[in-house]
Ligand binder design. Structure first.
Ligand code: ADP
Ligand code: MG
Length: 269
């Protein structure tokens, strides 16, 4: 893979608690286990992706990278999983929204910071904060595709219009290659009519974007992060692990279809 073709995907939705971090961590973990060299960027000052992987950053974090104090290679953390590296977040990342606001390259700082290390990875996945602020704009500016998790709950689609118009805005002003790559339905409960209705609704509005795989509501997905583990380490035979592996495969298939990119990977899961 050459530098230019390493695709970057942002997992975004300005709503909190919809499964962005859970999806970012577990899809990244699946890809790494599949032999795809993956970098996970934790762009949320809450640092949930960082702690979900059991990383307690000592020293430099993404904030230092974005502020130009550190080089990316100094900030990268290896994780317990082979093939999965992390750019960890810390609380001070919250200040970035304000501190960078008046800088001319404020929308591009992440892209600029990632550029020197892209070559080391097949895929980069960015876990966005729950807002459409400057950090998320940085993610959209550097990404090729956006993946939007939607929770199978009442009012699930509320706010989606705003997200889509933000994508259009970034596309027209900053990053012409950006597109809505896929929608993932999370916390699906097959016993409720509401879950099915929400899926049908999304299917109706975004027929080509919805991933077939539905991520079930699963207590194991909410427990795994407290052990610093992905679902594949915590409970590999669970339905939730099967769902995230199926989503990972669908994701790889779609990358192949849409971008013509395939990775030399060895299935070991
Ligand atoms: P976001 O990053 O969008 O804020 P999270 O991934 O952190 O959302 O998920 C919000 C909460 O819901 C977390 O406590 C997480 O562990 C839990 N959670 C996420 N996905 C599921 C799921 N499929 N089933 C059950 N709990 C989930
Ligand atoms: Mg999150």
């Amino acid at each position: 893979m050459n530098k230019k073709s390493t695709p970057i995907f942002a997992i975004a939705n300005q709503k909190g608690g919809v499964g962005k971090t859970t999806t970012a961590v577990n899809v990244s973990s699946y890809l790494a286990g599949r032999g795809v060299r993956t970098l996970l960027v934790d762009l949320d000052p809450q640092g949930n992706a960082t702690s979900s992987l059991g990383v307690e950053p000592q020293g430099a974090t993404l904030y230092d990278l974005l502020s130009g104090e550190e080089l990316a290679k100094e900030v990268i953390h290896l994780t317990s999983q082979t093939g999965l590296d992390l750019l960890p977040a810390s609380r001070d990342l919250a200040a970035a929204e304000v501190e960078f606001a008046s800088l001319p390259d404020r929308d591009k700082r992440l892209e600029i910071a990632l550029e020197p290390i892209l070559n080391n990875y097949d895929i980069v996945i960015i876990d966005c904060p729950p807002s459409l602020g400057l950090l998320t704009i940085n993610a959209m500016s550097s990404s090729r595709g956006l993946i939007v998790p939607i929770q199978c709950e009442y009012l699930a689609l509320e706010g989606l219009g705003h997200l889509v118009s933000t994508i259009q805005l970034v596309k027209s002003r900053i990053n012409p290659t950006l597109e809505l790559f896929g929608i993932v339905m999370t916390m699906f409960d097959s016993r409720t009519r509401l879950s099915k209705q929400v899926v049908e609704e999304v299917q109706k509005h975004y027929p080509n974007k919805l991933f077939r795989t539905l991520i079930p509501r699963s207590v194991y997905l909410s427990e795994a992060p407290s052990y610093g583990q992905s679902i594949f380490e915590y409970y590999p035979s669970s339905k939730a692990a099967l769902a995230y592996s199926s989503l990972g495969e669908e994701f790889l298939d779609r990358i192949k279809q849409v971008y013509g990119l395939a990775f030399d990977s060895k299935p070991d899961r």
